[in-house]
Write a protein that binds this ligand. Structure first.
Ligand code: ZN
Length: 126
């Protein structure tokens, strides 16, 4: 007996369409109307604004580190890795490095926002 058929999955792009933020040069979703990195408004797009309005934060992790004991300065390196369902790394990026003095602290926040897939491309009115 064969497995039950799954309902058709919603059509989703294999690779997100991206562009470069003109302000901070981060790679962002092409459909974004606000850069998630520098928070600059990029354009007024009512469709993109509607998609962003229904986006949700699927994961958010916050943490703080403190300078080490014994009291010696140290350096830190923040690395983000994205893995697929088999655990294979599909992306790895150093997002920041810095130094930490013994009395200093640094807080870190990692968030993953889920945005609905873009609708069919609409012809631009010119
Ligand atoms: Zn930006």
């Amino acid at each position: 007996m064969s497995a039950a058929r799954l309902p058709p999955a919603p059509r989703a792009p294999q690779t997100a369409r991206t562009r470069t933020c003109p302000h901070c040069k981060a790679t962002i979703l092409e459909s974004a109307s606000v850069c998630p990195g520098c928070r600059h408004h990029l354009r007024f797009d009512p469709v993109a604004a509607q998609r962003e309005a229904v986006s949700r934060t699927a994961m958010r992790i916050e943490g703080t580190i403190q300078g080490p004991t014994p009291a010696v300065p140290c350096e830190y390196c923040v690395v983000i890795a994205i893995r697929d369902e088999q655990g294979r790394e599909v992306h790895r990026q150093v997002v920041g490095v810095g130094a930490l003095q013994p009395a200093e602290r640094r807080g870190f926040t990692l968030s993953v926002d889920i945005v609905p897939p873009p609708g069919p491309a609409t012809p631009r009115r010119g």
